[in-house]
Design a protein around this ligand. Structure first.
Ligand code: NAD
Length: 296
């Protein structure tokens, strides 16, 4: 079993860290929130006084931080993770961040004699608690092999997407599909209602026709057809609209930097910005049905 530093013990990081403990790993945990470190201690982790302390004399470090600038700072600061880790330490960043930051931090880690993968997740807080996350991993083959053993303690699927940054690329491409198909599904249910077509009937037909998609069949944005979907509990998240907006912004940033044409991704970003700015940032992202249906 490994000794693992864990930095970023929030909604996702805390349950992920607990699954590492459950798998028998020793964990040194750090967060800027003392309360988060204390909670980790009560779960059986050792508390670290700084991020550097969590990275010293460990086999691997896992980070789960809010955004790219946090990841850059925590890794590359003078007293950051890269400076503190001994050569050969495996660095695993599970945060969702921009591809450019992921590649820059990975290059800095590699130059310092460390191995690194970016490994953003799909599955949300429920998946983090249940240990059923999907990890999309970018990095060299050898780093991926080492990371797999650790990531399997926190997830059900660990997929190598290619070199550094490709885990983030996979994550934003996937979530751009999700944002766009959610809006398309909402528009279809809204139009159906105006045409006098019952939501359950549209579901029964489209879920078996070419309009079928995950947003409809697993996460239906209208109440009724899928009893487990947030639409049946007034769009309590789930996956918040703010998180979806964050990922759509990252996708647009990457599209602009790479010259990809993503007009539907851009429209989805604008609609989610409107939904969030209207006070619904904390609602489930499927709640955008209310905006598109004129009831936000
Ligand atoms: P969160 O805000 O709950 O947790 C982030 C944690 O990082 C906080 O505890 C914060 O105190 C800590 N932190 C911030 N700066 C720090 C620093 N410099 N040093 C140490 N700790 C620091 O966020 P979350 O929901 O756990 O999300 C974490 C990442 O996972 C994000 O990148 C998010 O996009 C991604 N993600 C979240 C979900 C979800 O459903 N919540 C799903 C998939 C991916």
């Amino acid at each position: 079993m490994a000794i693992i530093g864990f930095v970023g013990l929030g909604n996702m990081g805390n349950p992920m860290m607990r699954n590492l403990l459950k798998a028998g790993h020793r964990v040194k945990a750090f967060d800027v929130s003392m309360a988060a470190v204390e909670a980790a201690r009560q779960s059986g982790a050792e508390g670290a006084a700084t991020a550097a302390d969590a990275a010293r004399d460990v086999d691997a470090v896992v980070t789960m931080l809010p955004a790219g600038h946090h990841v850059r700072a925590v890794y590359t600061a003078e007293n950051g993770l890269i400076a503190a880790a001994r050569p050969g330490t495996l660095m695993i960043d599970c945060s969702t961040i921009d591809v450019e930051s992921a590649r820059a931090v990975s290059a800095a880690a590699t130059a310092a004699g460390l191995e690194m993968v970016d490994a953003p997740v799909s599955g949300g807080v429920g998946g983090a608690a249940a240990g059923t996350l999907t990890f999309m991993v970018g990095g060299a083959d050898a780093a991926f092999e080492r990371a797999q053993a650790i990531l399997q303690a926190m997830g059900k699927a660990v997929i190598h997407a290619g070199p550094a940054g490709n885990g983030q690329a996979a994550k934003i491409c996937n979530n751009m599909i999700l944002g766009v198909t959610m809006i398309a599904t909402c528009e279809a249910f809204s139009l159906a209602a105006k045409l006098g077509l019952d939501a359950q009937k549209l579901f029964d037909i489209s879920s078996k026709s070419s309009g079928q998609n995950w947003s409809m069949t697993s996460y239906c944005p209208v109440p009724g057809p899928v009893p487990t979907s947030p639409a049946n509990r007034d769009y309590q998240a789930g996956f918040t609209a703010a998180m979806m907006l964050k990922d759509l912004k990252l996708a647009q940033q990457a599209a602009a930097a790479s010259g990809a044409a993503t007009p539907l991704g851009a429209s989805a970003e604008a609609l989610y910005a409107m939904f969030c700015n209207g006070g619904d940032a904390d609602r489930d992202f499927s709640g955008i049905f209310k905006l598109l249906n004129g009831k936000a």
